[in-house]
Ligand binder design. Structure first.
Ligand code: PBG
Length: 326
């Protein structure tokens, strides 16, 4: 039907009508807050590349988690910041490593009041910053999976709720699944970064965990944004290997991918609104060029509209404050 019989603005004049026909919403329970955890005590140190984000020692982390619960942010994604590094990341395969210690403390304090997801990768723990074991300068797929499996079991033993492998090795989801099951952890879900592009939007994150590369890049394992179809095979393989949900990263710039995954597969999708997006918004808003919360809200809604069920975002606290006020 066309104008003048159809007047689309009729649904927009009255704010109550507008609200009635809106069908996308964003709730505090959709938000997953990424946190950087470091060794030491009494540390809450601002990350230069991510203004407003901090590295927390475990004692300070436990104050933060209380604040998150009070804002009704019920999920966190933990990243380790480690000065102890080695050739292949085996250093993280220990209960003395930073994230297993942090998980144990959070769970002791909050039990099921907060969901703890651990990012599983070696890049915070290798001296060269690569995501795994190097052979002839390249990350060796199968050797890297061995350390990931060991780190995964340690995380499970420490009480983590969900494991999120972010390394992009082929076959890691299935191998980690097997290893978890063998050790009695069949109830722990795996949410792999199934779709993870080699993206310049990760720049500010690398300053946070100091995993910048001395040499090489991550293009032999992370995906090329010039390829429009390999995400399908990545998702298919992870589903076949027993993943429970998939993470798409970055989310912004890849909304087309989220939306096609939503159409093709029936699996929960989590979008990762990455560090580069956060820092761009921060600096533009500091220059008074844009309004930080409004722009962030619009981006998060676009990720939900594309088909994500939840969003990992550094803006979770500010957004929750705004949502709680409304
Ligand atoms: C670790 C990892 C990275 C991010 C999340 N997990 C960096 C990378 O792959 O280089 C980036 C997240 C962000 O930019 O917010 N493998």
């Amino acid at each position: 039907m066309n104008y003048p019989n159809s007047r689309l603005r009729r649904l927009r004049y009255n704010p109550n009508v507008r609200r009635l026909v809106e069908d996308i919403d964003l709730k505090t329970s959709d938000l997953i807050y990424p946190i950087f955890v470091c060794e030491g005590e009494n540390i809450k140190e601002e990350i230069v590349s991510l203004p407003g984000q901090y590295r927390y020692s475990i004692d300070k982390l436990l104050i933060l988690t209380e604040e998150l619960i009070s804002l009704d942010i019920r999920s966190v994604l933990l990243f380790g910041v480690s000065d102890n590094k080695d050739d292949n990341g085996k250093i993280a395969c220990s209960h003395k490593s930073i994230i297993p210690k942090a998980v144990k403390k959070i769970k002791e304090k909050h039990n099921n009041d907060i969901l703890v997801i651990a990012d599983l990768c070696n890049c915070s723990y290798t001296s060269h910053g690569h995501c795994g074991t190097l052979i002839d300068g390249d990350v060796d797929n199968d050797l890297t999976i061995e350390t990931l499996c060991r780190q995964g079991v340690i995380l499970a033993e420490s009480g983590v709720d969900i494991i999120a492998p972010s390394d992009m090795m082929d076959g890691r989801t299935g191998e980690i699944r097997k290893e978890l099951d063998k050790n009695g952890f069949h109830k722990i879900p795996i949410f792999p970064y199934s779709v993870k592009y080699a993206s310049s939007f990760y720049g500010p994150f690398r300053g946070a965990v100091s995993n910048s590369l001395d040499e090489g890049d991550r293009k032999t394992h992370q995906m090329s944004f010039k390829n429009s179809s390999d995400y399908l095979r990545e998702i298919e393989q992870d589903i076949n290997e027993g993943c429970d949900a998939v993470i798409v990263k970055p989310a912004l710039s890849y909304l087309d991918v989220i939306s096609k995954v939503k159409d093709r597969f029936s699996i929960p999708i989590i979008g990762y609104c990455v560090s580069g997006v956060y820092s761009m918004i921060k600096s533009a808003s500091r220059e008074n060029l844009i309004e930080e919360i409004d722009v962030t809200m619009e981006i998060l809604f676009s990720i939900k509209r594309a088909g994500a069920t939840a969003i990992i975002t550094y803006s979770a606290i500010e957004i929750a404050r705004k949502l709680n006020k409304e």
